[in-house]
Ligand binder design. Structure first.
Ligand SMILES: NC(=O)C1=CN([C@@H]2O[C@H](COP(=O)(O)OP(=O)(O)OC[C@H]3O[C@@H](n4cnc5c(N)ncnc54)[C@H](OP(=O)(O)O)[C@@H]3O)[C@@H](O)[C@H]2O)C=CC1
Length: 376
């Protein structure tokens, strides 16, 4: 680890215990000193506060992996276009960030630490600014998308189909951010639940999370004709071009959405690689997308879909028990690539289970955990 990376890591370690206060102080300072940036943020800042600190921690963890750090901040820069972020905002944010760190990490702060932060911040904000400028040449900052269908599958899960106002290029397995008209500037991530379609429509599976603003609005308020905003596509849980190993796909709850998109992608490519899907849910009533998946299973000899239900088995034939126990009972899996999607706890224990089943960690894909917690 370089000296600068070490100084940055120490600051973050010190500030971690008081991250909430430090972030609140940062935003208070920013909004007082630069009131013009306030309108870029949502009215209520709760989730936003967590995001900033998580983003700093992610950066610090990647600090010695230059290409990963560049790619992460380039994606962040592109993603910030939808907020209306301008190059002139970055110095203001940097200045307030330094003052917050100075105040909440007094033991590690000093001229050398400050210059390490200034150097890192300047370089990474330039990566964001450059990526946003490059992206502006060929893609809009956001898309408007009209709800075409809204299908209530369970009391708290809906499947929405939307029509973007301009072509929306993405890859199966990726996700986007969605803003509803009811909560301006509050964006949440949802995966595409189908591979790119010839009619250009996009499909999302949304579960209304208790007290979740965007998810509740999408499930209980949104109707055909309503217009949402979409950010750019993101995420790397995609198929390798030219890969031919089997895919072991685990989808928990609405986490099945990107898995279904990946299955469609394999079908479109015409490759007959084996795809084994384990679809986990608490009860069979929660298997809201089972019928379409079983239809795919019947259409493709290379596909096998197994519903796994932990409790309350009833009308649907399913593998009983815990999702990961069920996966362990089948196999062998060492020659497969792993794809995991669902609640953060499932991703954590799922990675361990697949590594235990002989799949090397670099062949296991899932969305970044810090993105997953933001779907309410
Ligand atoms: N909507 C979307 O586009 C996407 C959503 N997601 C995420 O998927 C999640 C869906 O939530 P929800 O439908 O409530 O899912 P649930 O909490 O109901 O879980 C669904 C399945 O995952 C299993 N599971 C949950 N936690 C663990 C764990 N720690 N270890 C092992 N297995 C576990 C459950 O097993 P058990 O019954 O034993 O608890 C169940 O089989 C959300 O976190 C969402 O962010 C991810 C990608 C896309």
């Amino acid at each position: 680890m370089t000296r600068e990376a070490e100084l940055i890591r120490r600051t973050l370690e010190e500030v971690e215990g008081s991250a909430d206060s430090a972030t609140a102080y940062f935003y208070a300072l920013l909004f007082v000193q630069y009131p013009q940036v306030r309108e870029l943020f949502p009215a209520a800042m709760d989730v936003q506060r967590d995001r900033l600190f998580r983003s700093l921690l992610t950066a610090a963890r990647m600090f010695d992996d230059g290409p990963a750090l560049q790619a992460h901040f380039a994606a962040l820069g592109r993603g910030h276009r939808k907020y209306g972020t301008l190059p002139t905002h970055y110095p203001a944010v940097g200045e307030c960030l330094m003052r917050a760190l100075e105040r909440y990490a007094p033991r590690s702060w000093g001229p050398e630490t400050e210059s390490a932060w200034v150097k890192a911040y300047t370089a990474l904000s330039q990566v964001m600014i450059d990526a946003a400028a490059e992206d502006e040449r060929h893609a809009p900052a956001w898309w408007r998308a009209q709800v075409v269908t809204h299908e209530q599958r369970t009391p708290d899960i809906a499947v929405l189909t939307v029509r973007p106002d301009a072509p929306y290029p993405f890859r199966a397995g990726q996700y986007t951010s969605i803003e509803t008209p009811w909560w301006p500037r509050v964006w949440r991530h949802y995966s595409f639940a189908s591979a790119p379609r010839p009619d250009g429509l996009l499909v999302f599976h949304v579960k209304a999370v208790p007290a979740g603003w965007v998810s509740t609005a999408l499930v209980h308020k949104a109707r055909p004709g309503d217009v949402l905003r979409l950010g750019p596509p993101a995420g790397s849980m995609t198929l390798d071009d030219g890969g031919d190993s089997g895919l072991l796909c685990l989808g928990g709850g609405t986490g099945i959405a990107p898995i279904k998109a990946l299955v469609e992608d394999v079908a479109k490519r015409g490759a007959s690689r084996p795809v084994e899907v384990f679809y986990g849910a608490r009860t069979d009533l929660d298997l809201y997308d089972l019928d379409p998946l079983l239809r795919l299973d019947r259409s493709y000899p290379w596909l096998s879909v197994r519903p796994v239900v932990a409790a309350g088995r009833g009308s649907v034939p399913s593998v009983p028990g815990e999702l990961l126990d069920a996966v362990r009972r089948y196999g062998p899996w060492a020659a497969y690539d792993g794809y995991l999607s669902g609640p953060p706890g499932l991703i954590r224990s799922g990675v361990a289970a697949l590594v235990g089943a002989g799949i090397p960690a670099h062949r296991i894909r899932h969305d970044a955990l810090e993105e997953l917690v933001n779907r309410p």
